[in-house]
Design a protein around this ligand. Sequence first.
Ligand SMILES: NC(=O)c1ccc[n+]([C@@H]2O[C@H](COP(=O)([O-])OP(=O)(O)OC[C@H]3O[C@@H](n4cnc5c(N)ncnc54)[C@H](OP(=O)(O)O)[C@@H]3O)[C@@H](O)[C@H]2O)c1
Length: 316
Amino acid sequence: MADKKVIAVLGATGAQGGGLVRAIMSDKTSEFTARALTRNVNSDKAKALKELGAEVVAADVDNYESLKSAFTGAYGVFAVTFFWEHFSADKEQEQVNMIAKAAKEIGIKHVIWSTLEDTRKWIPLSDNRMPTLQEKYKVPHFDSKGEAEKYFAEQKLPVTYLLTSGYWENMISFGWGPTRGENGKLAVNLPLGDRKLPGIGVEDIGKSAYQIFKRGNEFIGKKIGIAGGHLTGKQMAEYLTKALGEEVGYNAVPFDVYRGLGFPGADDIGNMFQFKHDFEEYFCGARDLKFSKSLNPELKNFDEWLKENVSKIPLK
Ligand SMILES: NC(=O)c1ccc[n+]([C@@H]2O[C@H](COP(=O)([O-])OP(=O)(O)OC[C@H]3O[C@@H](n4cnc5c(N)ncnc54)[C@H](OP(=O)(O)O)[C@@H]3O)[C@@H](O)[C@H]2O)c1
């Protein structure tokens, strides 16, 4: 243990970071060990990570000194930020800037930054196909991450940019699952038209990040995308039909209707879907399925993910 290289994992009690901590700690022969970073070292989730053998250390992405102290002695950092805690793209960028500065000061050997596209490279603010949000963004929770890549570059850090995909867990906890219409029939209602949506079981993000660390310098300076499947709404409905044993349809929700649903962030997510729809070829191409499987052979496709998770999807 003393000789193992420490990976400091942000968001360790959450979805992406939690998957990485579990991937590292379940590999008993690993050259790595996980340092789970959390704001509350006494929470049940933090205790569960401790039970796996991970070191649990306090850190807050809003507190530079806490980041520096939590990174001290680590070989690697898994960096992820938590847009949906505050909904501010500017704040997210400040947090990434602090993470990058702290990683540089400590001399981290490999940072993985969990990122997404700056969609303004495809849809400039002057493009009126979708509204501009927070004054200077199209898809704030994407654009801020893409723009924040500059902070790692500015610090000349050894970084791998990991482009993630939408979690299939959004079907469990974020309303992407099928709902029952007035006709009593289940349907997936998403603003996807007839295009393919890259998706992933979130545990596979952490597993993929672990493989990137294991492969040393191979992906440093590179941007790599991962997905467990590229599925149209109709295909998702077909897999759900099989998994649930009940027919599930698909309704392509218009982007404007989705943006107007009124839940916090609906406009941001509506714009996100439109970006994925309009730039399907690029977006899927950046998340190659064969590469993703070769990186992480345990990667689940949607069918496999459903086998384990379908019972958790609330059917309303
Ligand atoms: N949902 C999707 O489909 C999807 C897809 C791709 C990318 N993303 C991105 O993923 C990011 C979130 O990652 P996630 O889903 O893994 O998060 P998550 O499951 O919501 O977990 C976030 C964890 O981060 C910790 N945290 C929150 N605020 C913190 C702070 N100020 N300092 C330190 N830790 C803090 C919390 O732990 P403690 O309370 O223990 O501190 C929490 O357990 C978002 O930025 C989102 O845009 C989401």
